[in-house]
Design a protein around this ligand. Structure first.
Ligand SMILES: Nc1ncnc2c1ncn2[C@@H]1O[C@H](COP(=O)(O)OP(=O)(O)OP(=O)(O)O)[C@@H](O)[C@H]1O
Ligand SMILES: [Mg+2]
Length: 471
């Protein structure tokens, strides 16, 4: 371990010498100064693990100096040395955030113990800080990969709101990265020192939502055997992420709205009003505007949440992002899977970029994971992908931008039809008659449709589909 660095501020020369000697013998690196000005100078230039300061200093007392130092480094760990009989001063200092104190005359053993404990605290604080930085790094904007225009707009918007506290509504199809965006919003905001608390409104049974949000007091209802703190309260000082907000029942919507407006709540069965300080980020894969128009979602709540809206584009509209995402997932999973796959062949990238990705980035992640597990190649090629995900075989007859509405609908119908046929073929092991029976069409119809979608050729010599390949 590196030696710890200690700053000693003491105007009496003999005492300064005594402290320096004693602590450098313990293996610490010592910097000893005689007044506040010098201390402030050194402290703003160098990193110290601990500061030992005398109370009776010439220009300002030790407590005033402590406050000035804390201004430079809020996490500072400091120990005060006071004259004999100044316990009152020392206690006051402890209330101001000082770590500890001792009185003159200084006992060597006591000095060692207090300094050691102070250093332990300093190292702990450092560790917490580095974990916090790690979290910030893990969830920062940089983790949202993609250079497409759509993703760049998402980045720009998150950066634009990073200094503020506005509510954000994130929308996007499933698997487009809504949760990742919520994390980026929290960790780039001034609230990043506070918690990010998530509630998935679709996963909590409706009659438990209120208890989940607001908590309850012991005995509030049958089964409430002890007090529970709700997610709103837990998120205080940080961000509350309400996932799948479109699935929240209307009765709960009203209660949430009230809490957001009043910035306070009562736990279920509780009397006390608790102030709440949260930033709200919500996500949905539903069209909330439509839900409002249809009377399923409260309009007033919608406007309160949707101060800023962030829409994540579907992957099929940014196929240019696919290579960087696919390579990213290779990097992420190489180690846990014990692989050393270095990249994707051109033919593999080509089919990835031509597919429609109804499950978006999550689906892509899944395909890459499956292919990695079953491949022994250094570079994944088309065959590796098709073996585990035959659906990739057929490019979508997707509409280029600017085509008519009818054509777009047609394209969706086609791609759905193709998908259903493909699924049935996979289930029936590509046996035509069985597949036709399963779909409830004639063998001839199936034949025509397979031809139309180019499924005929790929059936022969098609690698065994994932899931029916035995081991
Ligand atoms: N731009 C991106 N860069 C890197 N990874 C991404 C990106 N977008 C999504 N992912 C990854 O894809 C997976 C799905 O993302 P996420 O859970 O954020 O999506 P979602 O929109 O919340 O999905 P759902 O609607 O199903 O809840 C995660 O593993 C996430 O890390
Ligand atoms: Mg999600």
């Amino acid at each position: 371990m590196n030696p710890s660095k200690i700053l000693i501020v003491e105007d009496e020369e003999a005492m300064r010498f005594f402290l320096s000697e004693a602590l450098s013998k313990e293996g610490h690196e010592i910097c000893a100064v005689e007044n506040s000005e010098e201390a402030l100078g050194r402290f703003s230039e160098e990193d110290f693990d601990l500061v030992l300061l005398d109370y009776n200093l010439p220009t300002r007392n030790g407590l005033e100096l402590f406050k000035a130092l804390k201004h430079i480094h809020p996490d500072l760990v400091a120990i005060l040395i006071t004259g004999h009989g100044s316990q009152v001063i020392a206690l006051d200092a402890m209330n101001q955030g000082l770590f500890d104190y001792f009185c003159k005359p200084v006992e060597l053993d006591e000095l060692r113990v207090v300094v050691r404990r102070g250093l332990e605290r300093a190292h702990l604080l450092k560790e917490v800080q580095s974990l916090r930085n790690g979290l910030k790094d893990r969830f920062s904007l940089d983790r949202m990969l993609g250079n497409s225009r759509g993703m760049q707009e998402v980045h720009a918007r998150i950066e634009m709101i990073s200094g503020s506290d506005v509510s954000v509504l994130i929308s996007g199809e499933s698997g487009t990265g809504k949760e990742l965006a919520a994390q980026a919003i929290h960790y780039t905001s001034p609230r990043n020192r506070g918690p990010l608390i998530k509630v998935n409104c679709a996963a909590v049974p409706q009659d438990l939502l209120e208890a989940e949000f607001f908590g309850y007091e012991k005995g509030a209802f049958t089964g409430a055997v002890k007090q529970k703190i709700g997610k709103f309260e837990l998120a205080s000082g940080g961000t509350l992420f309400l996932d799948e907000i479109g699935d929240m029942p209307k009765s709960t919507q009203m209660k949430i709205l009230r809490v957001l407006q009043e910035k306070e709540l009562e736990r279920v069965g509780g009397e006390t009003t608790i102030p709440i300080d949260i930033r709200l980020v919500a996500a949905t894969n539903k069209n909330l505007e439509k839900a409002v128009a249809e009377g399923e979602f409260r309009e007033d709540l919608f406007y309160r949440i949707n101060v800023v809206s962030l829409t994540l584009p579907p992957l099929r509209e940014r196929s240019g992002d696919i290579p960087v995402l696919a390579n990213h997932f290779l990097e992420v999973y190489n180690k846990p899977f014990g692989k050393e796959i270095s990249g994707l062949a051109d033919d593999a990238l080509e089919i990835l970029q031509n597919y429609s990705w109804p499950g978006n980035v999550r689906e892509l992640e899944n395909v890459i994971q499956r292919a990695m597990v079953l491949s022994f190649n250094q570079v994944l090629d088309q065959k590796d992908l098709l073996r585990v995900y035959p659906a990739l075989a057929e490019p979508v007859t997707g509409p280029p931008n600017g085509v008519s509405f009818e054509d777009q609908v047609q394209a969706v119908v086609w791609s759905t039809e193709k998908r259903l046929i493909l699924e049935a073929l996979e289930i029936e092991n590509w046996k035509r008659q069985e597949t036709a029976d399963r779909l409830g069409v004639s063998r001839k119809t199936l034949h025509n449709k397979m031809k139309k979608y180019g499924l005929g050729q790929s059936a022969r010599g098609q690698p065994t589909p994932w899931g029916s390949s035995g081991q």
